[in-house]
Design a protein around this ligand. Sequence first.
Ligand code: XMP
Length: 511
Amino acid sequence: TVLVVDFGAQYAQLIARRVRECHVYSEIVPSTMPVAEMLAKRPKAIILSGGPASVYAEGAPAAPEGLFETGVPTFGICYGFQEMARVLGGQVAHTGISEYGRTQLTVGREGVLLSGLPATQSVWMSHGDSVVAAPQGFQVTGWTPDTPVAVMEAPDRGLYGVQFHPEVLHSDHGQAVLKHFLDAAGCRPSWTMLNIVEDAVDAVRAQVGPRGRAICGLSGGVDSAVAAAIVQRAIGDRLTCVFVDHGLLRKGEAEQVERDFVAATGVRLRVVDAAERFLKALSGVTDPEEKRKIIGREFIRVFEDEQRAIMADGPVDFLVQGTLYPDVVESGGGTGAANIKSHHNVGGLPDDLRFSLVEPLRTLFKDEVRRAGEELGLPPAMVWRQPFPGPGLGIRIVGEVTADRLSILREADAIAREELSRAGLDREIWQCPVVLLADVRSVGVQGDGRTYGHPVVLRPVSSEDAMTADWSRVPYDVLARISTRITNEVREINRVVLDVTSKPPGTIEWE
Ligand code: XMP
């Protein structure tokens, strides 16, 4: 394990991911964690993240007592580097010169971190303070025009630091610098997908025990699918999956779960076709939050019915959840039910379900979950599925949700997805809601007849985390193909419009 000590940077998760890209397992811990607790995790190496503050500012997060005397190889980045310099007797000064963005690093002497790298290279900086003198016993191996000490190391003590951010892609050789540190620390690249999956399966087996039974709600999304596949490997038919088909999924998605996923994993699945029930409950409803509430409520009811039916065969003590590492980190790394997000599994499961949670993805990032899914042999369309809201197409019809409207939207959405995939844009686009403006009609002309149809909105966005987003600059010819095909193939639609609003002010979904 490599510990990434989080000094409050938005970069800690990125650092942890980059370490894992070197096939070394990493875990994020808060900078307030006492050193003894860190050592109890038996780290092979410690990395100190950047942080927003000046090391001399009041209330600035300090390195925990004794952090640099553990004998564990330690690498400070940005704030972590300055903190290392400060504690060990170097000099950190507010020089009045800030560096933000790309700058040129000059390699003075190769040392360990910069070994074999070009004599000058682009690195990405973001700091106000600078280390102006390295602590005694450190060699300065790199600098920039404004930073006299940009890279320092004391290999005999296993201590290293850089002012720049090796974890961001704008630092040309950042990944190599990180790799050099990990190699020097003796971290072996053993964190492979095969091991990850095997470890997860073993852990579930240990948790559930030889007789325990578990249930898992499948949503059609990648997280619940991968979590279920892992648990199935661990306990076989003692896992029952429940797929509540609320009739609001996109074209082909229900089949993916019922047929392809089951074929790939051998999961024992109960399918509930609840489309009619959901439609009935949604009848006459146009308010988005009202729709969400109804869908969530109905989902829980159906799930509880199923749960009772499964319990009739014997007790079930475990509930499988597809909780990911970012959720765990963001909620303070705690354990247990407090981490269930309200939108998990559509509406969120009720509090009074007295289950222990099985969360086999708790240590994984989204991209790792996808690769684990590939390793487990899940259908690619499922593994690479873009984010899709739990309430599904129910919140992509502006106006009342009806069966006819759903089938219109399903066709239009399928065309848009197909053309975006064909153009190779799947990885570039975060997601592309297709929204049916069901209560709007406009005049068109098709063949020699006048039409009075509905518009659909294309909402392709690029994003890192869905918190902010920008509209994607999809090439005009791709947009043209989508528009032509939708208006030709979906009779009720006579206009295709493009949403060019960023988030904020717009949200990604229209409802
Ligand atoms: P917004 O529209 O808020 O969406 O910019 C941000 C991300 O969340 C998804 N989303 C939902 N997911 N239940 C979900 O499970 C919901 O009610 C819901 N609403 C929005 C949306 O698709 C986007 O990825």
